[in-house]
Structure formats: structure tokens, C-alpha cells
Ligand binder design. Structure first.
Ligand code: FES
Length: 166
């Protein structure tokens, strides 16, 4: 069976080949793992946050596809130097726009990148046991898609069990 390559634009291909901020951050203030239930891929997001709540550095490790690497790369660039409160406002749509558009079957890859960012921000405040007024109590759409490693493993093993029973 032949597979048709996805119509990625040049910007995505360039970011995929030369991603910015790819790699583990040893001195991260906060780390968040996020898995996507649709494809089973995972990413790890690292943020270095200073006392003024400014994101000094952001990096990621991706076990996902080209679209995920490109969108994660652009998210880390977009939020560098931002206050956490402003970085929180990053939406998956703005990220898709920033990479010049994605095939719709790949939207979830960008959603995963933003979900990981929001999960990391939430973990940051949970660790400090503070809850700023602007942080919604309810999980956002992107966070709901960004599952913890254990949740993702559970979903995937159930899916495999179901398929095995067919
Ligand atoms: Fe899984 Fe893109 S297909 S992150």
C-alpha cells in the first residue's frame, strides 16, 4: 500500500528539520509530560521560570510526528520572555496559524504542544500551592487532550485489549 505524504508547508518542514529548543533542560523549574489519546504520542515540556514569573527558557522532547515537533518548537519560541499569565493565553489555533497552517488531521499534534505548555504551567502553581485568579479551575480543552503518562498508558492498553478481542 502506498502512503500519500501529508501536505506540510515549508515552514513546518523547516521547523521539523531544524527545531528550536529541542532537548532536555537540566535546570528546568517545571517539567510536564503530555500524551495524546488520539495517536498515542507523547511530549515532555520544560520551563525555566524566574521569580518575576517570566519564562526565561522553554524546551521540549517530542516522541510525536513532524507537526508536533514543528508546533512544539514554535510554542517554545513564542513564550520565551513572556509572563506565565500571558503564555497561558496561547491557543492551539494561534499556534497552527504561527506554523502557517496544518492539515486538519494534524490539528491534534498542535493541541498536544499547547496542552503540554498549559499542563506545565498548572504543575508550576500546584507545586507552589498557589492558585492565581486568572487560572481557570476547570481544565482547558488543550489540557484535557494532554493526558498524564499513566492515563495515556491505560487508554492505549484498553484499546489494544479491545482490538485483541475483535
Ligand atoms: Fe501524534 Fe502528530 S500524530 S503527535
Amino acid at each position: 500500500m502506498s502512503r500519500t505524504p501529508l501536505p506540510y508547508n515549508r515552514k513546518i518542514l523547516e521547523l521539523f528539520r531544524n527545531p528550536k529548543n529541542l532537548g532536555k533542560m537540566e535546570d528546568a523549574t517545571v517539567t510536564a509530560v503530555a500524551g495524546n489519546p488520539l495517536c498515542g504520542d507523547m511530549i515532555i515540556f520544560y520551563l525555566k521560570i524566574n521569580d518575576e514569573e517570566v519564562i526565561e527558557k522553554a524546551s521540549f522532547e517530542s516522541y510525536g510526528c513532524a507537526a508536533n515537533i514543528a508546533t512544539s518548537s514554535i510554542v517554545t519560541e513564542m513564550i520565551k520572555g513572556m509572563k506565565i499569565k500571558d503564555a497561558w493565553k496561547t491557543s492551539w489555533k494561534s499556534v497552527v496559524e504561527a506554523v502557517g497552517g496544518l492539515p486538519s488531521v494534524k490539528f491534534h499534534c498542535g493541541i498536544l504542544a499547547v496542552g503540554a505548555l498549559k499542563r506545565a504551567i498548572r504543575v508550576y502553581y500546584e507545586k507552589r500551592e498557589v492558585s492565581p485568579g486568572w487560572l481557570p479551575k476547570e481544565l482547558t480543552f488543550e489540557e484535557k487532550q494532554a493526558l498524564e503518562e499513566e492515563e495515556l498508558a491505560k487508554i492505549l492498553s484498553n484499546r489494544m485489549k479491545d482490538e485483541g478481542e475483535k
